[in-house]
Write a protein that binds this ligand. Structure first.
Ligand SMILES: [Zn+2]
Length: 62
């Protein structure tokens, strides 16, 4: 559930707006406005999936 209560800056369209927080698996976070929400969700999901795959591969090798 995403709420747009943070007054900030959208990391996707680079526009000041009310934004929601997206957290990455590695501890980073980005913010997106309502307009960019679907892009943001997709981006974060892809990043996290790649990161999980990378971690699985690294742990399999060691
Ligand atoms: Zn935006």
């Amino acid at each position: 559930m995403h709420t747009f209560t943070i007054e900030g800056f959208c990391d996707w369209c680079q526009t000041p707006s009310f934004v929601t927080k997206h957290e990455y698996i590695d501890g980073l976070c980005h913010h997106s406005c309502e307009k960019c929400l679907s892009f943001a969700i997709m981006d974060v999901k892809q990043f996290n999936q790649a990161e999980i795959e990378f971690r699985n591969r690294s742990s399999a090798q060691s």
